[in-house]
Design a protein. Structure first.
Length: 199
């Protein structure tokens, strides 16, 4: 078992970043991160959190996850695409989220792209989810990007998406289960569930 795996509150081994207690972060580790999803809203949420994470720590963004869900209408892609400049101004006054105009506008723009781009996000993500590799044995083995993530990012940028560099796209791939980066010894390491999530 990896040295970066700990025993949690329920006796299950988890990646250390999940913590040892029953928290929102440990539930995210257990139920979301690395779990394959084909749900549009869940994919849009993962993409959006990556947009807001750019230049910030994941913990800062994660702690505002519920606020982002409320601000961006449950991550309903069509509803976010319909947001206007007035909505942008309201969000700029919303202290519960990260008030970055460029990222807010990028999120609305990304919703427009997600509605119309071909091939769609689901098809693109599926095309990068075919290769399995052994579970990483430590955080040191985890890359911040891969050639596949860089290629995926190029395709997304060509379609018109914003804030989709190779690092943020790799994090997106981890989040939606295109790859499973749970560490060796974590009870999720060999789990490749495909049940939809994010509803």
């Amino acid at each position: 078992m990896s040295n970066d795996v700990i025993i949690g509150y329920d006796g299950k081994p988890r990646c250390e970043w999940a913590g040892a207690d029953d928290t929102a972060l440990s539930r995210y580790h257990d139920e979301v991160w690395g779990t394959r999803t084909r749900d549009e809203s869940a994919m849009f949420e993962a993409l959006t959190l990556g947009v807001f994470q750019a230049g910030l720590s994941w913990k800062v963004v994660f702690n505002k996850r519920d606020a982002f869900r409320k601000a961006f209408r449950g991550f309903d892609v069509a509803e976010v695409a319909a947001m206007t400049d007035v909505d942008v101004e309201h969000l700029m006054d919303d202290a519960s989220i990260i008030r970055n105009r460029s990222k807010i506008e990028a999120t609305i723009g990304n919703a427009h792209v997600m509605l119309s781009a071909s091939p769609g996000m689901l098809v693109l993500a599926e095309s990068y989810g075919r290769t399995r590799r052994r579970a990483p044995r430590s955080y040191a083995e985890l890359p911040t990007s891969t050639p596949q993530a860089a290629d995926f990012a190029r395709q997304l940028k060509a379609q018109g998406y914003h804030f989709v560099g190779p690092t943020s796209v790799y994090a997106f791939m981890q989040n939606v289960g295109v790859i499973n980066d749970h560490l060796h010894g974590c009870f999720r390491a060999a789990d490749h569930r495909t049940a939809p999530r994010g509803e």
